[in-house]
Write a protein that binds this ligand. Structure first.
Ligand code: ADP
Ligand code: MG
Length: 360
């Protein structure tokens, strides 16, 4: 059963130039009970508009919103059992941490004692027990974001929306908070819809990733599927480093595909496809799925190393294919057999790690 169903959501804004932009252009989305769903996409693709529509700060032009099967499309924001955490946490600076957290309960008319108990519980859940009497100015940025989180969960919403809540934090703190947020979600046992433009963050945290582009959903799936089987070139390039090959299908036989690049390089794939001989196809091979070898191989690309970048645990090799075409990126673990620019090598791969995207 779904906690949230969005159907045909559409929202058009006027642009300052006098035109219009469809911030949401026919979005269908289901979120399961207890699911961690991430909306991922570049700036301006409609992520915030979708969250604001779910929370009720924004009205859809058309489409339907159902929460636990009930139509909430016309319900005022404050009645929806949904809460939002924003990137800028906007705490009341003249109120203690506890009053900040309890504020929505106070507005709803809860007793002082109830406020105290619930705020204390919420603060404990975000790892801030004992800070209730401090002022926001006495907390670090990460702690303030935790207070904002406590404030959002204090009234026990059925769905928590998070709009880039970690973007303002530095990398180390962000990684720590990613793990904590995920733990908090399973402890609360509610669904999270989390927004980010950071693909790594999306891969780390989500049960399911929804990739958005231009007000539409481009692909929706488990992190592994989004990474391994991107449906489009856009998704392939947005989710991590990638090597793309523009090819023509040469033959399809028994689960094996042979594709040819413009330069005549053969690429072998092993996957289901509707493509047939003569079709154009973009092939994706991830940099971690290429291995640098000395010997020639029928399943590989001959080339010359142009650059080697040392990154501690990983090495990045840039390789110019011998037959021409784009430089390829290989990411390999740092090992003893370090190679240098100018070395002639073969890049090999397993055919099941090569993937054809559906549309280009
Ligand atoms: P994201 O959160 O993915 O960056 P937004 O949902 O904020 O994207 O914006 C989607 C599109 O809608 C953008 O083109 C943005 O300029 C436009 N937009 C969003 N809110 C408004 C608004 N209140 N008025 C006019 N245009 C808006
Ligand atoms: Mg946004």
């Amino acid at each position: 059963t779904q906690i949230l169903e969005v159907r045909g959501a559409r929202r058009v804004f006027k642009t300052p130039e006098g035109g219009t932009v469809a911030a949401l252009d026919g979005v269908d989305l289901d979120v399961g009970q207890n699911e961690f769903v991430t909306l991922l996409g570049p700036s301006g693709c409609g992520k915030t508009t979708l969250l604001r529509s779910i929370s009720g700060f924004e009205q859809l032009d058309s489409g339907a919103l159902m929460l636990e099967g009930k139509d909430i499309g016309r319900m005022p924001a404050f009645r929806r059992p949904v809460n939002t955490v924003f990137q800028s946490y906007a705490l009341f600076s003249h109120m203690t941490v506890e009053r900040n957290v309890a504020y929505s309960l106070e507005v709803a008319g809860a007793s002082k004692q109830e406020q105290k108990i619930l705020a204390g519980e919420a603060l404990e859940m975000v790892g801030l027990s004992g800070t209730g009497s401090r002022m926001p100015s006495q907390l670090s940025g990460g702690q303030r974001q935790r207070v904002a989180l406590a404030r959002a969960i204090v009234a026990r919403p059925k769905l928590l929306l998070l709009d880039e809540p970690l973007s303002a934090l530095d990398r180390r703190l962000r990684q720590k908070m990613q793990i904590e947020l995920k733990a908090l979600q399973s402890e609360l046992g509610i669904a999270f819809v989390f927004v980010t433009h950071d693909q790594e963050e999306a891969l780390t945290m989500s049960d399911r990733i929804v990739v958005m582009r231009g007000g539409q959903i481009e692909q929706c799936g488990a992190p592994r599927d989004i990474f391994r089987k991107p449906r489009t070139k856009f998704v392939a390039e947005f989710i991590g480093d990638t090597n793309l090959f523009e090819t023509t299908i040469e033959c399809v036989h028994g689960g094996r595909i042979l594709a040819l690049t413009r330069e005549g390089t053969k690429i072998w794939l092993s996957e289901e496809t509707k493509l047939a001989k003569g079709d154009a196809a973009t092939v994706v091979i991830r940099p971690t799925d290429l291995q640098v070898q000395d010997a020639h191989s029928s399943c590989g690309f001959r080339g010359k190393i142009t650059r080697v970048i040392y990154l501690g645990t990983d090495l990045h090799y840039y390789v110019q294919p011998a037959v021409g075409g784009q430089e390829l990126l290989v990411v390999s673990r740092t090992d003893g057999s370090r190679r240098a620019p100018g070395d002639e090598v073969t890049l090999t791969y397993r055919p099941e790690r090569a993937h054809v995207v559906e549309d280009c």
